[in-house]
Design a protein around this ligand. Structure first.
Ligand code: UDP
Length: 325
């Protein structure tokens, strides 16, 4: 099947492209390479360097390739940056998606898989979080994703259009092949930063907040291996192609680890000692985000393969030591 992937040169996008190709799909990657890496795009996919806000160009690219569906990763993702520069997030994530949806409509494509986030829940009351929990983001990043989800729900209710929104918890790890992995510039995510510290590239790792209402005072997150996350996209695609209705799914393992637990596991996996300091809280961080992934398992028969923190960190460490980009 022909599938268009926006942001396919990025971290989760490139792992999903690899899986789609392994399953025989023909892929078009649309990426402005603002954060993505051309080296993450396999030679045998069609590549268009284009910003999704360029509606006309995207329409031409889609009309020429004629995909059955779009998987839409392209977005700004960093919570901290969204609190410093909210307008750029609103423009890129909301206007960008609306532009893409217009181009899709004009090209006759009516199915999308959307990269959403656990950040739409803000500070949830119920842990693990079910999809029915109130959507109440506490940072601009989460707001932009929640706004797009609302637009998708309206398109689905009032036009011939279906979507799956995947609410990612914390994507982590790398493909065991070592060919692709996480590479953000600047890097802000916990696991790669801890590993860069273990490698000696950074002097220390800071723990952002030690006074959260959690057992060790540090934030708890649900870290999901990027290949299990990629699998959720493949299943969501099959669901839409089989005529399934619009749905929202959490993507996580239902298990959380604190910042301190991540650091301890990284020390064990790498065998390295490194400097850790306790720092102020980072703005916009909820204390605990842990998924209830029951719906994804029940409806799409999702079976996680890499639910093992040591394995996740091992694959990230292997990538960190042998990065290609
Ligand atoms: N974090 C930290 N030190 C860092 C980077 C992140 O303590 O140098 C914390 C961050 O405050 C959050 C958790 O690690 O509680 C995961 O953050 P990350 O940015 O990896 O993902 P997010 O949960 O924001 O999507």
């Amino acid at each position: 099947m022909k599938i268009a992937v926006t942001g396919g040169a990025g971290y989760i996008g490139s792992h999903t492209v690899k899986l789609l190709k392994e399953n025989g799909h023909d892929i078009l990657v649309i990426d402005n390479l603002y954060n993505g890496h051309i080296k993450a795009v396999p030679d045998d996919v069609t590549f268009a360097k284009c910003d999704i806000r360029e509606t006309e160009t995207v329409k031409e690219i889609l009309s020429a390739f004629k995909p059955e569906a779009v998987i839409h990763f392209a977005a700004f993702i960093e919570v901290g940056e969204s609190t410093r520069n909210p307008l750029s997030f609103y423009i890129n994530n909301i206007s960008g998606t609306l532009s893409l949806l217009s181009a899709m409509k004009e090209s006759g494509i009516n199915k999308i898989i959307f990269s959403s986030t656990a950040a739409v829940y803000g500070n949830p009351k119920k842990i693990p979080i079910p999809e029915t929990e109130t959507v109440k983001p506490i940072n601009p990043y989460g707001q932009t994703k929640a706004c797009v989800e609302k637009a998708l729900a309206d398109l689905s209710s009032y036009s011939d259009f279906r979507y799956v929104s995947l609410r990612y918890f914390n994507a982590a790890g790398a493909d065991p092949s070592g060919l692709i992995g996480e590479s953000h510039n600047p890097e802000t995510h916990l696991i790669p930063l801890v590993l860069k510290t273990a490698k000696g590239e950074r002097e220390k790792i800071s723990i952002f907040g030690t006074d959260y209402p959690t057992p060790d005072g540090t934030c708890i997150r649900d870290y999901i291996h990027v290949n299990d996350l990629a699998k959720a996209h493949l299943l969501a695609l099959e669901h839409l192609m089989d005529g399934g209705k619009s749905e929202v799914f959490n993507c996580g393992y239902g298990k959380g680890y604190s910042v301190k637990e991540i650091i301890e596991t990284a020390k064990k996996v790498t065998g390295k000692a490194f400097k850790v300091i306790e720092d102020e809280r980072r703005k916009g961080d909820p204390a605990v985000l842990v998924a209830d992934p029951g719906k994804l398992k029940r409806l799409l028969n999702w079976k996680p393969e890499f639910d093992d923190l040591e394995f996740i960190i091992k694959t990230a460490w292997n990538w960190e030591l042998n990065r290609r980009f």
